[in-house]
Each structure stands twice: as C-alpha cells, then as structure tokens.
Ligand binder design. Structure first.
Ligand code: GUN
Length: 290
C-alpha cells in the first residue's frame, strides 16, 4: 500500500474546534446561540444514526439543537406546516430535513418550502442556482467537506482533471460546481457513461459518489490520483465505500477511508453552515477561515 490515508476524522475534529470558538464569539455578540432544527420523518435506521450524530455535534459546538421526529405516517402537508413554522421561528437559523423522506412523499416540495436563508443543506433551487452562477450560497455539506480535504492535500487545484462519479443533487452536481470554481477540468460520469474505467483514469482527482459498494477498482485510477470516497455502503454488517479501498490504495496518491473520511466532514460542515446562516441572519459579517 502506497497511498496516503486522508484522515477526515482528525481534520473534522480540528474544524469543529475552530467552529466552537466562533460559536462562542457569536453568542457574545448576538446574545443567543445559533440554532439548527433537524426534521426526521420515519424510522430509517441509517437516518436515525445520522440525526443522532448531528444533534450531538451541534450541542458539543455550543449551538442549540431542535429535533423533530415524526412518524412515517405523517402527511406531507403536516411536514410542510412544520417547516413553515421553523422558517418563522427566530431561534432557528438552519433547517435540515433528513432525506430520503418515506416513499410517496415529494422531497422536492418539502425542500422548496425551506427558507433559502435557513437552507443549511443548500438543497433549495435558490442556493443551487447561486452556487451555479458563483454567488454566495449555502453549499451542500458533503461536497464542501470533500473540497476542503482536496485543498488541504493538493493546495491549488487549478488545471487538474477532476472526475466526479455520480450526478445526484446532494453530492455529484454541487461537487462538480465547486471543482469548476477551483478551475479544474471537470467530468461528471454516471451509470450511463461508456468506458467508465477509462474516464475515471483521466482524473488527477476522483470523487466517488455512486452508492455502489467497491465499484471503482484500483486499475481504474491514474497512478498518484487523489481519491475522495463519498460512498457509505453496508456489506455483511461492515461499512465500505464506493472505491475498492485496499486495491485502490496501491495506485492512488491519497485516499479517504470509509468510515473516517468524508462522513465526519459532512457533520463538521453542517455546523459551519449553521454558523454562517446565523451570522447572516444577525447581519454580522461571515466568519472567515472556516
Ligand atoms: N441524507 C443523506 N445525506 C444527507 C444530507 O447531507 N442532508 C440531508 N438532509 N439528508 C441526507
């Protein structure tokens, strides 16, 4: 094995420390804590784990966590009514509706209800559009965390070939936008891409976000590539990424592990986005260096 292991867990811990310091400064100025409201509908076990971790991290950073757990039988109108109340609640700076919503519910309609100023996931059309045209936006946490790890390892990304595998609104598309802003030459590959291995082999940077266990093999990679594995797949009770880690580590220059890579960064960036939203709502300048 030759690749450097990118320690997202350690990076996220340091970032959370810096965020906690800034939260304390915010509390001194605004005389209140930043508040994050999380809405979880149904009993999806993975979502329950995520929501619990998010709540704990929010409180640990000195912020207020408001959890709303609703049964899977809740009507779409009731969820929309809850989001509307959270939009109007002055103690709530940021709203996260955990996805996926139970089947039959319209994710798009619920997300469209979130006030873009409180859209901590950056999922509203307003924030996605602002990101696309290069204006200040709340940006989805997973791609933002992935970009931080890339810049930490590679510095200036200008001119690098970046291949994003996956085209979801949550990861693939915003990741591509961020890499484009960093002046990468960006390819978005997906399930219909022909000669996927060849396309991936172009990448100095490869971001894997397809949700298929160990799909990307070592011999698909350009030697020395930096590989960010966003996948979290459960196989025989074990978590694995979208990249065949042991195989890829012989070829890549650096790679994120699963778990301990991107996952902890997503939570840290959720705290950062909450703090950014809180500053904007108070009319304070955005915190820098986070
Ligand atoms: N489900 C999986 N990832 C995410 C995320 O980043 N935000 C929300 N709201 N739901 C998710």
């Amino acid at each position: 094995m030759s690749a450097e292991i990118i320690d997202g867990k350690a990076f996220a811990e340091q970032l959370r420390g810096r965020i906690a310091e800034r939260v304390a400064q915010f509390v001194a100025q605004a005389k209140r804590k930043p508040g994050l409201a999380v809405v979880l509908v149904g009993e999806d076990p993975a979502s329950q784990v995520y929501v619990r971790s998010k709540g704990k991290a929010t409180v640990a950073a000195g912020m207020e966590s408001f959890e709303h757990r609703l049964p899977a039988t809740t009507g779409e109108d009731d969820i929309i009514a809850l989001v509307s109340r959270l939009n109007a609640d002055p103690k709530v700076d940021a709203i996260l509706v955990q996805l996926p919503l139970p089947s039959g519910m319209d994710d798009k309609k619920v997300i469209a209800t979130i006030d873009p100023a409180k859209d901590v996931d950056g999922f509203t059309i307003a924030n996605a559009g602002r990101l696309a045209v290069g204006e200040d936006a709340l940006v989805p946490c997973t791609p933002l965390g992935s970009l931080m790890l890339l810049k930490d390892r590679l510095g200036d990304l200008s001119g690098l070939e970046a291949v994003v595998v996956g085209r979801s609104n949550i990861v693939g598309k915003p990741m591509a936008q961020l890499l484009l802003q960093e002046n990468c030459t960006v390819t978005i590959a997906h399930s219909r891409t022909r000669n996927l291995a060849e396309v991936v082999r172009r990448g100095d940077i490869v971001v894997a976000a397809v949700g298929r266990a160990e799909m990307i093999r070592g011999d698909w990679l350009k030697p020395g590539a930096t590989v960010i594995d966003v996948g979290i797949n459960r196989v025989d009770g074990k978590l694995v990424g979208d990249v065949a880690f042991a195989d890829a580590a012989h070829v890549a220059g650096a790679i994120t592990p699963v778990p301990g890579g991107v996952g902890p960064m997503t939570i840290a960036l959720l705290l950062r986005n909450t703090l950014v939203a809180a500053h904007a709502r108070e009319g304070l300048p955005a915190p820098v260096g986070l």
